[in-house]
Ligand binder design. Sequence first.
Ligand SMILES: *Cc1c(COP(=O)(O)O)cnc(C)c1O
Length: 382
Amino acid sequence: MNESFIINQLGEDREQYFNAVAPPIVQTSNFAYPTVDEFASAVANEKDMPIYTRGNNPTVNMLAQKIAALEGAEDCLMVGSGAAAITNAVMSQVNAGEHIVSVKDPYTWANHLLTGILPRFGVETTFVDGTEVENFEAAVTDKTRLIYLESPNSWTFELQDLAAIASFAKHKGITTVIDNSYCTALCQRPIDLGIDLVVYSATKYYNGHSDVVAGAICGSREKITQIFHNEFMTFGNILAPQNAWLMLRSLRTLPLRLRQSSETTSKVLDLLRNSSKVERIWYPFDEENPQIDLARRQMKMPMGMFTISLRTKDVGAIKRFCESLRYFLIAVSWGGYESLIMPKCAFVPADDPRVSMIRFYIGLEDAEVLVDDLASALDRLP
Ligand SMILES: *Cc1c(COP(=O)(O)O)cnc(C)c1O
Protein backbone atom coordinates (compact mmCIF):
# COMPACT_ATOMS: atom_id res chain seq x y z
CA MET A 1 0.00 0.00 0.00
CA ASN A 2 1.48 3.36 -0.95
CA GLU A 3 1.28 6.50 1.18
CA SER A 4 -1.04 8.32 -1.23
CA PHE A 5 -3.54 5.46 -1.21
CA ILE A 6 -3.46 5.25 2.59
CA ILE A 7 -3.89 8.99 3.06
CA ASN A 8 -6.56 9.54 0.39
CA GLN A 9 -8.49 6.28 0.10
CA LEU A 10 -7.93 3.67 2.78
CA GLY A 11 -10.90 3.18 5.12
CA GLU A 12 -13.10 5.70 3.28
CA ASP A 13 -16.43 4.18 2.35
CA ARG A 14 -18.13 7.13 0.66
CA GLU A 15 -21.27 5.29 -0.39
CA GLN A 16 -22.05 4.90 3.30
CA TYR A 17 -22.34 8.67 3.70
CA PHE A 18 -24.02 10.31 0.69
CA ASN A 19 -20.82 10.03 -1.46
CA ALA A 20 -19.40 12.90 0.56
CA VAL A 21 -15.69 13.35 -0.21
CA ALA A 22 -14.83 14.47 3.31
CA PRO A 23 -15.95 11.86 5.85
CA PRO A 24 -18.60 12.73 8.44
CA ILE A 25 -17.91 13.26 12.12
CA VAL A 26 -19.81 10.50 13.87
CA GLN A 27 -20.49 12.60 16.94
CA THR A 28 -22.25 10.08 19.16
CA SER A 29 -21.55 8.43 22.48
CA ASN A 30 -23.41 5.16 21.80
CA PHE A 31 -24.75 2.96 19.01
CA ALA A 32 -28.15 1.24 18.86
CA TYR A 33 -28.92 -2.24 17.46
CA PRO A 34 -32.26 -3.40 16.00
CA THR A 35 -32.37 -6.77 17.75
CA VAL A 36 -31.13 -8.25 21.01
CA ASP A 37 -29.17 -10.89 19.11
CA GLU A 38 -27.32 -8.33 17.00
CA PHE A 39 -26.65 -6.29 20.13
CA ALA A 40 -25.33 -9.39 21.92
CA SER A 41 -23.00 -10.32 19.09
CA ALA A 42 -21.65 -6.75 18.91
CA VAL A 43 -21.05 -6.67 22.68
CA ALA A 44 -19.14 -9.94 22.38
CA ASN A 45 -16.80 -8.24 19.90
CA GLU A 46 -16.33 -4.79 21.39
CA LYS A 47 -12.84 -4.37 19.90
CA ASP A 48 -14.25 -4.25 16.38
CA MET A 49 -17.90 -3.21 16.75
CA PRO A 50 -19.26 0.25 17.55
CA ILE A 51 -21.09 0.02 20.88
CA TYR A 52 -19.83 2.95 22.85
CA THR A 53 -17.40 5.70 21.78
CA ARG A 54 -14.98 5.09 24.68
CA GLY A 55 -14.09 1.89 22.84
CA ASN A 56 -15.00 2.34 19.21
CA ASN A 57 -16.10 5.14 16.91
CA PRO A 58 -16.15 5.05 13.08
CA THR A 59 -14.45 8.45 12.62
CA VAL A 60 -11.70 7.51 15.08
CA ASN A 61 -11.35 4.06 13.50
CA MET A 62 -10.90 5.49 10.01
CA LEU A 63 -7.99 7.49 11.34
CA ALA A 64 -6.53 4.55 13.31
CA GLN A 65 -6.63 2.38 10.19
CA LYS A 66 -4.65 4.96 8.22
CA ILE A 67 -2.05 5.48 10.95
CA ALA A 68 -1.58 1.70 11.34
CA ALA A 69 -1.08 1.33 7.58
CA LEU A 70 1.41 4.21 7.40
CA GLU A 71 3.31 2.56 10.22
CA GLY A 72 3.24 -0.93 8.70
CA ALA A 73 1.53 -2.08 11.92
CA GLU A 74 -1.31 -4.59 12.19
CA ASP A 75 -3.35 -2.32 14.44
CA CYS A 76 -3.52 1.08 16.10
CA LEU A 77 -5.39 2.76 18.95
CA MET A 78 -5.97 6.53 18.87
CA VAL A 79 -5.88 8.22 22.27
CA GLY A 80 -6.42 11.71 23.64
CA SER A 81 -2.72 12.67 23.92
CA GLY A 82 0.82 11.48 23.36
CA ALA A 83 1.21 11.16 27.11
CA ALA A 84 -1.78 8.77 27.17
CA ALA A 85 -0.22 6.71 24.35
CA ILE A 86 2.99 6.35 26.37
CA THR A 87 1.14 5.53 29.61
CA ASN A 88 -1.13 2.89 28.03
CA ALA A 89 1.72 1.22 26.14
CA VAL A 90 4.19 1.13 29.03
CA MET A 91 1.72 0.11 31.75
CA SER A 92 0.31 -2.66 29.57
CA GLN A 93 3.66 -4.45 29.54
CA VAL A 94 4.83 -4.45 33.18
CA ASN A 95 3.81 -5.95 36.53
CA ALA A 96 4.86 -5.20 40.11
CA GLY A 97 8.43 -6.37 40.76
CA GLU A 98 9.47 -6.01 37.12
CA HIS A 99 12.04 -3.70 35.57
CA ILE A 100 12.32 -1.28 32.64
CA VAL A 101 15.44 -0.09 30.84
CA SER A 102 14.90 3.35 29.29
CA VAL A 103 17.00 5.65 27.17
CA LYS A 104 18.06 8.60 29.31
CA ASP A 105 16.22 11.94 29.07
CA PRO A 106 12.98 10.70 27.50
CA TYR A 107 10.10 13.16 27.01
CA THR A 108 9.23 14.93 30.30
CA TRP A 109 6.00 13.05 31.11
CA ALA A 110 7.39 9.69 30.01
CA ASN A 111 10.16 10.40 32.48
CA HIS A 112 7.59 11.20 35.17
CA LEU A 113 5.70 7.96 34.48
CA LEU A 114 8.94 5.98 34.88
CA THR A 115 10.34 7.84 37.91
CA GLY A 116 7.28 9.29 39.69
CA ILE A 117 4.39 6.90 39.09
CA LEU A 118 5.53 3.35 38.26
CA PRO A 119 7.77 3.04 41.38
CA ARG A 120 4.55 3.39 43.45
CA PHE A 121 3.43 0.12 41.82
CA GLY A 122 6.77 -1.64 42.27
CA VAL A 123 8.19 -1.11 38.78
CA GLU A 124 11.73 0.32 38.67
CA THR A 125 13.54 1.87 35.70
CA THR A 126 17.24 2.08 34.84
CA PHE A 127 18.22 4.90 32.46
CA VAL A 128 21.09 4.40 30.02
CA ASP A 129 23.01 6.40 27.43
CA GLY A 130 21.23 5.10 24.32
CA THR A 131 24.04 5.73 21.84
CA GLU A 132 25.62 2.30 22.55
CA VAL A 133 23.60 -0.93 22.33
CA GLU A 134 25.92 -2.46 24.98
CA ASN A 135 24.52 -0.03 27.55
CA PHE A 136 21.08 -1.63 27.19
CA GLU A 137 22.57 -5.12 27.34
CA ALA A 138 24.48 -4.24 30.52
CA ALA A 139 21.41 -2.75 32.27
CA VAL A 140 19.05 -5.66 31.59
CA THR A 141 18.29 -8.01 34.51
CA ASP A 142 16.19 -11.16 34.67
CA LYS A 143 13.32 -8.88 35.80
CA THR A 144 13.48 -6.60 32.73
CA ARG A 145 10.24 -6.71 30.72
CA LEU A 146 10.44 -3.52 28.71
CA ILE A 147 12.96 -1.36 26.85
CA TYR A 148 11.76 2.23 26.32
CA LEU A 149 13.24 4.25 23.44
CA GLU A 150 12.94 7.71 21.94
CA SER A 151 15.04 8.15 18.81
CA PRO A 152 16.02 10.85 18.34
CA ASN A 153 15.23 12.56 21.62
CA SER A 154 13.65 15.96 21.28
CA TRP A 155 16.26 18.32 22.81
CA THR A 156 19.70 16.91 21.99
CA PHE A 157 18.69 14.40 19.29
CA GLU A 158 20.77 11.37 20.29
CA LEU A 159 19.76 8.26 18.33
CA GLN A 160 19.45 4.61 19.27
CA ASP A 161 20.23 1.77 16.86
CA LEU A 162 16.67 0.42 16.66
CA ALA A 163 17.37 -2.77 14.69
CA ALA A 164 20.20 -3.82 16.99
CA ILE A 165 18.25 -3.10 20.19
CA ALA A 166 15.11 -4.83 18.86
CA SER A 167 17.03 -7.94 17.89
CA PHE A 168 18.75 -8.17 21.28
CA ALA A 169 15.43 -7.57 23.10
CA LYS A 170 13.57 -10.21 21.06
CA HIS A 171 16.25 -12.73 21.90
CA LYS A 172 15.69 -11.98 25.62
CA GLY A 173 11.87 -11.89 25.37
CA ILE A 174 11.76 -8.18 26.28
CA THR A 175 9.12 -5.87 24.74
CA THR A 176 10.39 -2.74 22.99
CA VAL A 177 8.47 0.57 22.90
CA ILE A 178 9.54 3.68 20.99
CA ASP A 179 8.30 7.25 21.00
CA ASN A 180 8.55 8.00 17.26
CA SER A 181 6.96 11.47 17.37
CA TYR A 182 9.98 13.28 15.92
CA CYS A 183 10.05 11.16 12.76
CA THR A 184 6.54 9.95 12.01
CA ALA A 185 6.17 6.79 9.93
CA LEU A 186 7.11 8.76 6.82
CA CYS A 187 10.68 9.15 8.10
CA GLN A 188 11.27 6.13 10.33
CA ARG A 189 9.40 2.82 10.52
CA PRO A 190 10.36 1.13 13.81
CA ILE A 191 8.07 -1.89 13.26
CA ASP A 192 10.05 -2.79 10.12
CA LEU A 193 13.16 -2.68 12.33
CA GLY A 194 11.65 -5.11 14.85
CA ILE A 195 10.26 -2.75 17.52
CA ASP A 196 7.05 -4.04 19.18
CA LEU A 197 5.06 -0.91 20.05
CA VAL A 198 5.31 2.55 18.51
CA VAL A 199 3.78 5.51 20.35
CA TYR A 200 3.13 9.01 19.06
CA SER A 201 2.29 12.43 20.14
CA ALA A 202 0.00 12.93 17.13
CA THR A 203 -0.36 16.51 18.37
CA LYS A 204 2.91 17.21 16.58
CA TYR A 205 3.56 16.42 12.90
CA TYR A 206 0.56 14.11 12.37
CA ASN A 207 -2.00 16.74 13.22
CA GLY A 208 0.31 19.60 12.38
CA HIS A 209 -2.11 22.52 12.77
CA SER A 210 -1.62 23.31 16.46
CA ASP A 211 -5.29 22.76 17.18
CA VAL A 212 -5.56 19.16 18.48
CA VAL A 213 -3.88 17.14 21.25
CA ALA A 214 -3.77 13.44 20.26
CA GLY A 215 -1.79 10.23 20.56
CA ALA A 216 -1.42 6.87 18.80
CA ILE A 217 -0.25 3.40 19.80
CA CYS A 218 0.73 1.02 16.99
CA GLY A 219 1.69 -2.65 17.17
CA SER A 220 0.66 -6.24 16.52
CA ARG A 221 -3.00 -7.20 16.54
CA GLU A 222 -2.31 -9.31 19.63
CA LYS A 223 -0.65 -6.57 21.68
CA ILE A 224 -3.13 -3.86 20.62
CA THR A 225 -6.13 -6.09 21.43
CA GLN A 226 -4.68 -6.78 24.87
CA ILE A 227 -4.20 -3.04 25.49
CA PHE A 228 -7.73 -2.34 24.20
CA HIS A 229 -9.42 -4.69 26.68
CA ASN A 230 -7.33 -3.52 29.64
CA GLU A 231 -5.63 -0.09 29.82
CA PHE A 232 -7.44 1.56 26.90
CA MET A 233 -11.00 0.77 28.05
CA THR A 234 -10.14 1.39 31.72
CA PHE A 235 -8.12 4.60 31.49
CA GLY A 236 -10.78 5.87 29.10
CA ASN A 237 -8.62 8.16 27.00
CA ILE A 238 -9.96 7.67 23.46
CA LEU A 239 -9.53 10.52 20.98
CA ALA A 240 -12.78 12.50 20.51
CA PRO A 241 -14.48 12.05 17.07
CA GLN A 242 -14.21 15.78 16.33
CA ASN A 243 -10.45 15.67 16.92
CA ALA A 244 -10.09 12.48 14.86
CA TRP A 245 -11.87 14.25 12.01
CA LEU A 246 -9.50 17.23 12.24
CA MET A 247 -6.61 14.77 12.13
CA LEU A 248 -8.03 13.05 9.02
CA ARG A 249 -8.08 16.50 7.42
CA SER A 250 -4.48 17.06 8.56
CA LEU A 251 -3.20 13.73 7.22
CA ARG A 252 -4.07 14.77 3.64
CA THR A 253 -1.16 17.21 3.67
CA LEU A 254 1.28 15.29 5.88
CA PRO A 255 3.83 14.48 3.13
CA LEU A 256 3.75 18.09 1.84
CA ARG A 257 4.13 19.55 5.31
CA LEU A 258 7.03 17.29 6.22
CA ARG A 259 8.83 18.02 2.96
CA GLN A 260 8.44 21.78 3.39
CA SER A 261 9.55 21.72 7.04
CA SER A 262 12.55 19.55 6.15
CA GLU A 263 13.68 21.63 3.15
CA THR A 264 13.35 24.94 4.96
CA THR A 265 15.27 23.52 7.91
CA SER A 266 18.31 22.85 5.75
CA LYS A 267 18.29 26.50 4.55
CA VAL A 268 17.92 27.81 8.09
CA LEU A 269 20.75 25.54 9.25
CA ASP A 270 23.04 26.85 6.48
CA LEU A 271 22.66 30.32 7.97
CA LEU A 272 23.19 29.15 11.56
CA ARG A 273 26.24 27.02 10.70
CA ASN A 274 27.96 30.01 9.17
CA SER A 275 27.15 32.41 11.99
CA SER A 276 29.90 33.35 14.45
CA LYS A 277 27.18 33.90 17.09
CA VAL A 278 26.24 30.21 17.14
CA GLU A 279 28.35 27.88 19.29
CA ARG A 280 26.90 24.46 18.53
CA ILE A 281 24.10 22.69 16.63
CA TRP A 282 22.36 19.49 17.67
CA TYR A 283 20.66 17.85 14.67
CA PRO A 284 20.61 14.19 13.53
CA PHE A 285 21.74 15.04 9.99
CA ASP A 286 24.40 17.59 10.99
CA GLU A 287 27.75 16.69 9.38
CA GLU A 288 29.38 16.96 12.80
CA ASN A 289 26.91 14.61 14.50
CA PRO A 290 28.92 11.49 15.42
CA GLN A 291 25.76 9.44 14.76
CA ILE A 292 25.08 10.77 11.26
CA ASP A 293 25.65 7.36 9.64
CA LEU A 294 23.03 5.80 11.89
CA ALA A 295 20.65 8.69 11.10
CA ARG A 296 21.12 8.08 7.36
CA ARG A 297 20.56 4.35 7.78
CA GLN A 298 17.52 4.57 10.03
CA MET A 299 15.75 7.78 9.00
CA LYS A 300 14.51 8.46 5.48
CA MET A 301 14.87 12.24 5.60
CA PRO A 302 16.06 15.09 7.81
CA MET A 303 13.24 16.59 9.87
CA GLY A 304 12.37 20.09 11.06
CA MET A 305 13.53 20.37 14.66
CA PHE A 306 17.01 21.05 16.09
CA THR A 307 18.74 22.82 18.96
CA ILE A 308 21.50 25.43 18.92
CA SER A 309 23.55 27.08 21.62
CA LEU A 310 24.53 30.72 21.30
CA ARG A 311 28.09 31.81 22.11
CA THR A 312 26.85 34.46 24.49
CA LYS A 313 25.83 33.22 27.95
CA ASP A 314 24.34 36.58 28.90
CA VAL A 315 20.69 35.81 29.70
CA GLY A 316 19.61 39.36 28.87
CA ALA A 317 21.09 39.07 25.39
CA ILE A 318 19.61 35.58 24.90
CA LYS A 319 16.15 36.83 25.87
CA ARG A 320 16.46 39.86 23.56
CA PHE A 321 17.47 37.53 20.71
CA CYS A 322 14.39 35.33 21.28
CA GLU A 323 12.04 38.28 21.58
CA SER A 324 13.40 40.02 18.49
CA LEU A 325 12.42 37.11 16.22
CA ARG A 326 9.19 38.05 14.47
CA TYR A 327 8.19 34.69 12.96
CA PHE A 328 9.36 32.27 15.66
CA LEU A 329 6.84 32.06 18.50
CA ILE A 330 8.12 31.35 22.02
CA ALA A 331 6.19 28.20 22.97
CA VAL A 332 6.26 24.52 23.87
CA SER A 333 5.24 21.80 21.40
CA TRP A 334 6.18 21.68 17.71
CA GLY A 335 5.08 20.05 14.45
CA GLY A 336 2.50 22.70 13.50
CA TYR A 337 2.41 25.24 10.67
CA GLU A 338 4.17 27.89 12.74
CA SER A 339 7.87 28.14 13.52
CA LEU A 340 8.76 28.03 17.19
CA ILE A 341 11.59 28.48 19.62
CA MET A 342 11.90 27.00 23.08
CA PRO A 343 14.69 28.77 25.01
CA LYS A 344 16.35 26.69 27.73
CA CYS A 345 16.79 29.84 29.83
CA ALA A 346 13.05 29.68 30.57
CA PHE A 347 13.67 26.42 32.48
CA VAL A 348 17.16 26.69 34.05
CA PRO A 349 18.94 29.25 36.28
CA ALA A 350 21.17 31.89 34.66
CA ASP A 351 24.42 30.13 35.64
CA ASP A 352 23.40 26.75 34.15
CA PRO A 353 25.85 25.69 31.40
CA ARG A 354 22.86 24.97 29.10
CA VAL A 355 21.48 28.49 29.45
CA SER A 356 22.11 29.53 25.83
CA MET A 357 20.47 26.46 24.27
CA ILE A 358 17.42 27.20 22.10
CA ARG A 359 15.29 24.54 20.43
CA PHE A 360 13.95 25.48 16.99
CA TYR A 361 11.01 24.01 15.14
CA ILE A 362 10.72 25.07 11.51
CA GLY A 363 7.15 25.51 10.27
CA LEU A 364 5.64 26.16 6.87
CA GLU A 365 6.58 29.82 6.34
CA ASP A 366 8.70 30.68 3.29
CA ALA A 367 12.35 29.82 3.90
CA GLU A 368 13.50 33.33 2.91
CA VAL A 369 11.22 34.93 5.50
CA LEU A 370 12.61 32.75 8.28
CA VAL A 371 16.24 33.13 7.19
CA ASP A 372 15.93 36.95 7.03
CA ASP A 373 14.23 37.04 10.42
CA LEU A 374 17.00 34.95 12.01
CA ALA A 375 19.80 36.80 10.25
CA SER A 376 18.69 40.16 11.61
CA ALA A 377 18.21 38.77 15.15
CA LEU A 378 21.71 37.24 15.02
CA ASP A 379 23.18 40.55 13.81
CA ARG A 380 21.89 42.26 16.92
CA LEU A 381 23.53 39.72 19.25
CA PRO A 382 26.78 40.71 20.96
C1 LIG B 1 4.79 16.41 22.89
C2 LIG B 1 5.50 15.13 23.04
C3 LIG B 1 4.94 14.07 23.77
C4 LIG B 1 3.63 14.20 24.52
O1 LIG B 1 2.57 14.31 23.67
P1 LIG B 1 1.20 15.08 24.03
O2 LIG B 1 0.41 14.94 22.80
O3 LIG B 1 1.59 16.49 24.36
O4 LIG B 1 0.62 14.39 25.22
C5 LIG B 1 5.62 12.88 23.81
N1 LIG B 1 6.80 12.73 23.19
C6 LIG B 1 7.38 13.72 22.48
C7 LIG B 1 8.68 13.48 21.81
C8 LIG B 1 6.74 14.95 22.39
O5 LIG B 1 7.32 15.95 21.69
